[in-house]
Design a protein around this ligand. Structure first.
Ligand code: THU
Length: 162
């Protein structure tokens, strides 16, 4: 038996002001995306902003449905809209934030497993890392350089293609 350790590096910031200007702007845009959240059931708004290599930024927010599983997370709304509108786009970074009137969110809200798997697919397709920034409106920010830091065991079974 051999034990394997993984080393994942996460940058932690006290607040948005410690980020570089480009990343801080991306967080601000994720915050703006909260306004279009359609979340009458959970009342939990999630916003994301995705920066493309071209400099363009695409927004997404969670979209719920009375038939609950038919809704979609903010991250996948943004990524799938990029996939369909800009199929050859290269993504540099994405910022995610969340808000609810029910309680104060004190820590960055991290993405669900389904969204991480979709992020992993986009990263694999473009063959270059996508940085992810989780931004808590109350302060703390977490940043990872690649989806690999968040989902090291993503389903990337290349043999499916053979
Ligand atoms: N949600 C997201 O938008 N992203 C995630 O990564 C996890 C959860 C949304 C789905 C639902 O509309 C609400 O948050 C509460 O689960």
């Amino acid at each position: 038996m051999k034990s394997i350790s993984l080393n994942i590096s996460i940058e932690q910031y006290q607040n948005i002001n410690e980020l570089n200007e480009t990343d801080a702007m991306l967080c601000n845009m994720a915050e703006q995306a909260l306004a279009s959240s359609y979340s009458p059931y959970s009342k939990f708004r999630v916003g994301t902003a995705v920066r493309l290599k071209t400099g363009e930024t695409i927004l997404g927010s969670n979209q719920e449905n009375l038939a609950y599983p038919s809704g979609l997370c903010a991250e996948r709304v943004a990524l799938f809209s990029i996939g369909s509108a800009y199929p050859n786009a290269v993504i540099e970074a994405m910022a995610i934030t969340a808000q609810t009137d029910a309680f104060e969110i004190l820590k960055p809200v991290t993405s669900c497993g389904g969204c991480l798997q979709v992020m992993a697919e986009f990263e694999r397709k473009q063959a270059s890392p996508i940085a992810v920034i989780f931004y808590c409106l109350n302060g703390e920010v977490l940043k990872v350089p690649s989806i690999k830091s968040l989902l090291p065991f993503a389903f990337v079974e290349d043999r499916l293609e053979k």
